[in-house]
Design a protein around this ligand. Structure first.
Ligand code: F6R
Ligand code: MG
Ligand code: MG
Length: 365
């Protein structure tokens, strides 16, 4: 066992209440019960169960490292148990993110989303877990860029002597299954060329120049995993804060700009990412708009002190107001792009059938 602790955030949609808008409290109870047992007997040191929209979120601390079979199995078994309850209540899409019937050592590629990091707990260890619904992992690219590379967002990049050296971004090409690490500020323009294309290049991890891990995001894309549409790849993100890392307020600041992300209705539309408090994390208008919550914790000897509901602050009211205005504006486009995604990005489509039906009526021009 290492001295380091591991923070694992593993999530899945195992049934919606009502439709895809929220989660039934029974599913959270089932998950808490399962994880309580794992805390009593090991391997967990501590955990917190929460939700955003229709996603069940397991936040766990242990000493087993990232990609631990034992922890992934625990998460998988918890989702299977919650699915049982979802089926009993005939909740919507019960078990939708569990793509396989049998666990094979790691939940990656099996449906659930995973963000994990292992580190030495500092004298004081503030972390933020961001969890979003009705969007996809590319939603973190813009905020991560602002947090770790934009001096107009993060004052520490200019005036904190440790942060002034910059950060390294590990990016994943989800199409080619390759990764690349770029060092900022030196390679800032190269970085932006990639991560501006947030459907393909995802920021997976961010490191300080001394190697300290600073952020880890889930990069699973359900549609690519299953080769067909099987539900949204709603993402999670862990960011460590303070003492030579971005301050809590610097990490939250990018969310004052509700940037446009992919997801929303039928995973096939663009909409603003609205920062909301825990109580408002139930997307209902046109199954959205996409939204994000921020759970703040202090970690003390592997225990999660919290969470604090960090978007429960009137300072984010303006972002919410802008989100509603942008939502109205985009909704007014109805089935037209750019509200609706391009033909290649749609997660629901009738195009092949329509094409087939009208094949003979096309005239060569
Ligand atoms: C988006 C989402 C929902 C559903 C929509 C249709 O991530 O989960 O918008 O796509 O409610 O759902 P079905 O096809 O299950 O009726
Ligand atoms: Mg759902
Ligand atoms: Mg969801």
């Amino acid at each position: 066992m290492s001295e380091k602790i591991t923070l694992s955030v593993i999530k899945a949609d195992v049934g919606g209440y009502v439709g895809h808008s929220s989660i039934h409290p029974n599913l959270m109870d089932v998950a808490r019960e399962k994880l309580s047992r794992a805390k009593e007997k090991g391997p967990l040191i501590d955990f917190h169960v929460t939700s955003v929209g229709d996603d069940l979120e397991l936040i766990m601390i242990h000493r087993k490292g990232v990609d631990s079979e034992e922890i992934h199995r625990l998460a998988w078994d918890t989702f299977v148990a919650a699915t049982g309850e979802a089926k009993r209540l005939k909740l919507y899409g019960a078990g939708q993110d569990l793509l396989s019937d049998a666990f094979s050592g790691n939940v990656k590629g099996m449906g659930p989303g995973v963000a994990e990091m292992e580190f030495m707990e500092r004298k004081s260890e503030p972390v933020i877990v961001f969890m979003a619904d009705k969007t996809s992992p590319g939603a973190w690219n813009l905020p991560l860029y602002k947090i770790f590379a934009d001096p107009f967002n993060t004052a520490g990049l200019v005036i904190d002597p440790v942060m002034h050296r910059g950060f390294r971004f590990e990016i994943l090409d989800v199409m080619e299954h390759k990764s690349l690490t770029l060092s900022c500020p030196e390679e800032l323009y190269d970085l932006l060329m990639f991560i501006g294309a947030k459907g393909r290049f995802l920021v997976r991890r961010v490191f300080r120049k001394d190697g300290e891990i600073s952020a880890a995001a889930s990069t699973q894309k359900l549609s690519l995993i299953a080769g067909r549409y099987v539900g949204k790849d709603d993402p999670v993100l862990i960011v460590r804060c303070q003492s030579g890392l971005p301050a809590v307020g610097e990490v939250l600041e990018p969310f004052t700009f509700p940037h446009v992300v992919e997801g929303w209705m039928r995973g096939s539309h663009r909409g603003p990412l609205m920062p909301v408090s825990f109580r408002d994390a139930n997307p209902s208008r046109f199954d959205g708009p996409p939204r994000v919550i921020a759970a703040g914790f202090q970690i003390a000897d592997g225990h999660l002190i919290g969470p604090r509901d960090l978007f429960d602050d009137p300072a984010f009211d303006r972002a919410r107001k802008i989100s509603n205005e942008v939502a109205d504006y985009l909704r007014a486009h109805g089935p037209f792009e750019p509200h609706r995604l391009g033909l290649d990005e749609l997660e629901y489509t009738t195009m092949p059938e329509i094409m087939k039906k009208l094949e003979d009526r096309f005239k060569r021009e």
